[in-house]
Design a protein around this ligand. Structure first.
Ligand code: ADP
Length: 733
């Protein structure tokens, strides 16, 4: 190879090497740059980590110091707690779930008089053993082993009841143990020696006081008894004296002696009863008795007072409740007499309702009886309600001054009811009334109890006629319970309209306004109603003598006795066929014409469009010797005036067509110039029919408002009866 070639080759090679070098240098600087960036990132990261480490170190330091402070606090609290526990004079110990003592204060340990064994680590059962073995506890009549067993059983209960124990030195401890969540038990031994001593003293003092009180009550009981004997002499002799020949003045003296004596006897009886109860000398004499009859006897005795005051006395004895129980009937009667007597005494208008409900029981089983006596009287203020069952407590106040009494009745009743293991209470509102109640749990008597009656077959509708709403509703409730539909009517005319052939039974109050019960019975029979009628009467003797007595099936005494109602219902005949559809029309509305006698009877014309009211009117004057004619409206009245020439006209004001006022104007027009003037008396249902002046201005002479009263009608007839006719009223004859 030429030198030139060699040089050229060498040059090429050098150039190539230089290029390679440049390339490598470029790569190297790129790698260097990358390395630089990486190093920078790394440096930053290291910086951050160092900061974090510093924070964590700080926090750690803080936590450490907090922990130390907390620990110090806990230690302090623990020290204080323990110090307190140590300083209390009651024993305190705590045990773990395995009943091993963890700690106890010195008062607790002192019980064991420094025995080394009683220290943390000892088992509860061992403590019990030491207590009996060392004679620390006085187990009384109990054998030590039994006592330990009893105590161990108690300890293992989830919530042991506190227990009192007596120590050898006559001190008393009350052990209160409480089990915590983990099974730990905290045990307190409270020293109650002083309380026990105090209680013993109190008990002794109370026993002495009670004995003294009993002695006082026994003395009172004896005294009352002693006073009663001569008092009986006073009352009895006054009675005998009253029957002898006396002047009016002497009679007054004797009756005053007798009444005062009797009043005194009532008071003495109360005092005697009360002191007997206090002296624990009153015993109950249980025997089988009939509660319903008992209530009826009390009500019968008190009925005259209630009747004099115009109060309704009602009994609602639950239809499905037995009536025969075992108890002391005399004492139950006494409670009833007091409560019902008070209800009547403190009620001026309205009613007294005795309600008996309860949970029935079979023979020999205990029945819960609930008796309430509800009145519509003066009521009792709330602040007095709790006092009235106390002895000699009476509500003070103007209104109460008018009522007599000793204030012992309710106290005696409460004690008697409590002796019968019952409860007595009252709910009351001043001015509205009171409701006294008592509850007894007494066994039902052996033997048959009255059964709900078997109703006559086919009886499904009953009409009850009574103006007294509560009375009617009591009966309604009982009849409904027996499964019949009941319609209540508050007046006889209403009943007369309502009762048709679908009615299977009528139960009617005897003493009703407008038509009384028997008059309704007569009217119904005339209307063709054949359904049986039960007459309810507060004066059955009087009712039994009514000429229409034969029209009714039975007369029942009010307040109704359930058994009497049951018997009457059971005795009713079955309803086999429907009643005859058509009723014979009522007899012509006219009295028999006067057949003989010197003078003719009084002629009365009554203008009245309502048939029921015609009936009422006719019934009211049925005993009079008169000739009666009815007109159904004004036109008929005017015509009858011309043709019948009545001596007296009763004129309904509102009638369809020509009304009473217009009819009167026509009659007066017809009379004008003749000198005749027939008395016309207006009858109106309410004042709305026109005022008195307006009516009198139309030529009427007098004015009556409905409901008409028999006495008023008779008065008017007597007043307007001319002299030349037969006297219409027997007493005018
Ligand atoms: P007494 O009737 O002899 O005063 P009670 O012990 O029977 O004694 O009654 C105590 C008092 O309770 C009565 O004086 C009266 O103030 C009040 N009281 C009792 N029953 C009623 C009642 N039904 N309505 C209103 N007050 C009554």
């Amino acid at each position: 190879m030429s030198l030139a070639n060699k040089l050229a080759e060498e040059r090429r090679a050098r150039l190539a090497a230089e290029r390679l070098l440049e390339l490598k240098q470029a790569e190297l600087s790129a790698a260097n740059r990358k390395l630089g960036r990486h190093a920078l990132a790394l440096t930053k990261k290291i910086g951050r980590t160092e900061a974090e480490v510093a924070t964590v170190r700080d926090e750690n330091e803080r936590f450490k110091s907090d922990l130390t402070a907390a620990n110090q606090k806990i230690e302090l609290a623990e020290r204080r707690l323990w110090h307190s526990i140590q300083s209390i004079r009651d024993g305190f110990a705590f045990f773990d779930a395995d009943n091993i003592m963890i700690g106890a204060n010195s008062a607790y340990l002192a019980l064991f008089d420094g025995m080394d064994e009683i220290a943390p680590g000892v088992a509860y059962t061992r403590i019990l053993q030491v207590m009996t073995e060392e004679g620390i506890v006085d187990t009384g009549d109990m054998h030590p082993a039994d006592w330990r067993q009893m105590m161990a059983e108690r300890w293992h209960q989830p919530t042991p009841e506190p227990i009192n124990i007596r120590l050898w030195n006559d001190e008393y401890l009350r052990l209160v143990d409480q089990r915590g969540h983990g099974g730990d038990v905290v045990s307190l031994a409270l020293n109650i020696t002083e309380t026990v001593r105090y209680e013993e003293q109190l008990k002794a003092a109370r026993t002495r006081a009670e004995a003294a009180n009993r002695a006082k009550s026994a003395f009172l009981a004896n005294m009352s008894h002693e006073i009663r004997t001569p008092m009986n002499g006073v009352v009895g002799m006054a009675e005998l004296l009253a029957d002898s020949d006396l002047t009016e003045e002497q009679r007054l003296y004797v009756s005053t002696i007798k009444n005062s004596g009797e009043a005194l006897l009532v008071i003495i009886n109360d005092v005697l009863d009360y002191s007997k109860i206090e002296a624990e000398k009153l015993t109950l004499h249980p025997e089988p008795f009939d509660l319903e009859r008992c209530i009826h006897e009390v009500v019968t005795l008190l009925q005259p007072t209630a009747r004099d005051k115009g109060l309704a006395l009602l009994i609602d004895y639950d239809i499905f409740l037995p009536t025969r129980f075992v108890g002391d009937p005399g004492r139950i009667r006494q409670v009833l007499t007091n409560l019902i007597g008070n209800a009547i005494k403190f009620t001026l208008t309205g009613h007294v309702l005795i309600r008996v409900t309860g949970v029935p029981a079979g023979a020999g089983e205990e029945a819960a009886i609930h008796v309430t006596i509800e009145d519509t009287g003066i009521g009792i203020a709330p602040e007095q309600v709790n006092l009235i069952f106390g002895e000699f407590n009476q509500v003070e106040g103007q209104q109460n001054r008018q009522f007599e009494g000793t204030g012992l009745g309710l106290a005696i009743s409460r004690r008697l009811v409590e002796m019968m293991k019952g409860r007595i209470w009252v709910e009351s509102e001043v001015g509205k009334g009171s409701c006294f109640g008592f509850r007894l749990t007494i066994p039902a008597a052996d033997g048959p109890q009255p059964q709900a009656p078997r109703l006559p077959h086919g009886l499904d509708r009953v009409v009850v006629v009574d103006h007294h709403k509560i009375n009617a509703s009591v009966l309604e409730k009982q009849l409904r319970q027996l499964g019949v539909a009941v319609t209540c009517c508050s007046s006889t005319p209403e009943a007369f309209e309502v009762i048709d052939h679908s009615v299977g039974l009528i139960m009617c109050e005897h003493s009703m306004a407008e038509m009384d019960g028997f008059e309704l019975a007569e009217a119904l029979r005339e209307k063709g109603i054949t359904a049986p009628i039960l007459m309810l009467s507060a004066t059955p003797d009087y009712a039994e003598n009514d000429p229409a007595r034969a029209l009714v099936t039975a007369v029942l005494q009010k307040p109704l006795s359930r058994s009497e109602v049951f018997t009457a219902l059971s005795n009713l005949p079955d309803i086999t066929q429907p009643d005859p559809p058509a009723a014979p029309p009522p007899a012509p509305a006219q009295a028999e014409p006067a057949a003989k006698g010197p003078a003719r009877p009084l002629k009365v014309l009554a203008a009245e469009d309502n048939k029921t009211n015609q009936l009422v009117f006719r019934k009211m004057i049925k005993d009079l010797d008169i000739e009666l004619r009815f007109a159904f409206n004004g036109e008929e009245a005017v015509a009858a005036h011309a043709e019948f020439a009545p001596d007296l006209i009763f004129m309904d004001i509102s009638m369809p067509g020509m009304d009473g006022k217009e009819a009167t104007r026509h009659i007066r027009a017809a009379e004008s110039g003749t000198g005749a003037h027939v008395p016309i008396i207006a009858m109106t249902a309410h004042a709305m029919d026109g005022d008195r002046e307006d009516i009198l201005a139309c030529g009427l002479d007098d004015y009556l408002t409905k409901p008409l009263r028999k006495a008023t009608i008779l008065d008017r007839i007597a007043e307007y009866c001319p002299d030349d006719v037969r006297p219409p009223l027997p007493e005018l004859a």
